[in-house]
Design a binder for this molecule. Structure first.
Ligand code: ACO
Length: 245
């Protein structure tokens, strides 16, 4: 039987070993000690009845990119040994860490980074735990894979204006890259460029509509023969306009 409990200082070495076995993102031992000394209630382990550590969650408080007064919890790393996966252990470890962030630190939200191709972890974060993707960090990892920035808010009023998108099973970077602001090679925001293009298209459409209205007005003021001719002309123009669209 596996149980979940808060990590002690004696667990840190085994947590590091589990991390080395499961993930390419590894940390020096002093980073585990730093977490433990700073936020001891945010480190949890899954332990077999024989004492073996089979999973861990390493979490902290983050002060980067946060407005004053906003408290951000952050999941630094979580992993479960291969033969213990899909037993609900990661969900439990995450829930323990998240609950501690709220109880001990009154956190407003929790964040994390995850590889865009890490489907099991994405399922865990989004489907099971209710995290949302709030951005992409291009080439975040050493092998240049992109990371999704994910958040789960505890207090709705602090949610702000993050752009939240739904993850689907076949979501690719190509599908969602437009949701986030990007800059082109000149440093100009691509989204504002698109807005400008949309405005220009709107202007063009308005002009076309005005022309058609003018033709219709002329139509009403002319005699029957003229009406017939102009109607034919208008129909042609409309057909052409439709083809363009
Ligand atoms: N494919 C699809 N869904 C999966 C998979 C999978 N391979 N594995 C788990 N899930 C789903 C489960 O079905 C479950 O869904 P449900 O709640 O809808 O039933 C959900 O994910 C949670 O399952 P758990 O059993 O709690 O997860 P598990 O204990 O297997 O651990 C983890 C998941 C941590 C991603 C594990 O696969 C692992 O250790 N992977 C390698 C390390 C890793 O990728 N860590 C995350 C890196 S990002 C970071 O650390 C911030």
């Amino acid at each position: 039987m596996v149980s979940i409990r808060r990590a002690t200082v004696e667990d840190l070495l085994l947590m590091q070993q589990t991390n080395l076995l499961c993930l390419p993102e590894n940390y020096q031992f002093k980073y585990y000690i730093y977490h433990y000394l700073s936020w001891p209630s945010l480190l949890h382990v899954a332990q077999e009845h024989n004492g073996k550590i089979v999973g861990y969650v390493l979490a902290k408080l983050e002060d980067e990119d946060v407005a004053p007064g906003v408290i951000q919890g952050h999941i630094t790393s979580i992993s479960i040994l291969r033969t213990y996966r899909r037993l609900g252990l990661a969900s439990k470890l995450m829930n323990f860490a998240i609950k501690s962030m709220q109880e001990y630190y009154d956190a407003d939200f929790v964040s994390l980074h995850v590889r865009v191709m890490n489907r099991p972890a994405l399922h865990l974060y989004h489907k099971t735990l209710g995290f949302d993707v709030v951005g992409i960090e291009k080439e975040y990892y050493a092998d240049r894979e992109d990371a999704y920035k994910m958040r789960k808010y505890f207090k709705k009023e602090k949610k702000g204006s993050d752009k939240i998108i739904e993850i689907t099973d076949d979501l690719k970077f190509e599908d969602i890259k437009d949701v986030f602001e990007e800059v082109d090679e000149n440093g100009e925001e691509i989204s504002s460029k698109k807005n400008q293009e949309n405005n220009e298209n709107e202007e063009e459409n308005k002009e076309k509509n005005n022309n058609e209205n003018n033709i219709n007005n002329v139509n009403e003021n002319n005699n029957e023969n003229n009406n017939d001719n102009i109607n034919k002309e208008t129909t042609k123009k409309k057909k052409k306009h439709k083809k363009k669209k």
